[in-house]
Design a protein around this ligand. Sequence first.
Ligand SMILES: [Fe+2]
Ligand SMILES: [Fe+2]
Length: 203
Amino acid sequence: MKETHYPVYLRAREYWNTRFNDFHMPLAYLHGCELLLAYPAADADIVIPAIFLHDVGWKLIPEEEQGRAYGPTMEDESLRRIEDESLRRQHEIDGARIANEILTDVNYDPRKREMIVRIIDGHDSRLESLSEEDSLVKDADKLWRFTLVGVDIHYREFGKPLKEYVPWLSNQIDRWFFTERGKQMAHEALAKVKHAVAEVGHV
Ligand SMILES: [Fe+2]
Ligand SMILES: [Fe+2]
């Protein structure tokens, strides 16, 4: 890890012990690093801290309420409820505020701090991307859902059978991802899941 990212990581991880962020963040970090290799013009000093900090706002939302704020129901406009949407928005608002505090505390470059905070404030609800860095953060955020651990957690949580959940997930790739490499990585990760399930799956 780059030396200048380390103090941000140390402060951000204090917020990761809720929801699935202890898995989600390391995977998002690895996926973010891989995306940066494909898009070297993107600024890693924005992308990596934004990944570390993007979901710190969940820590302020009680765990029993968190599940309402994402998942297939939230992805479907006809099923989405206003109170659930505002819960999702709340983790962005809290996250942007906490990120701003942390980045200020560690004396992060103020211009980059501002861009990171803007990315976090809207990372789920804003459907368009602000910049190449934003696109990479958005794609790194989504990719873990396509790994075995992400699929395993989510299909149970969303109460869908695996044989319905995996095709549903596959259908979201073009809609969710902003970069071609992100789409490719999502297809590759899901292909591994499908292969594992086809070989030894029980459903
Ligand atoms: Fe989020
Ligand atoms: Fe996330």
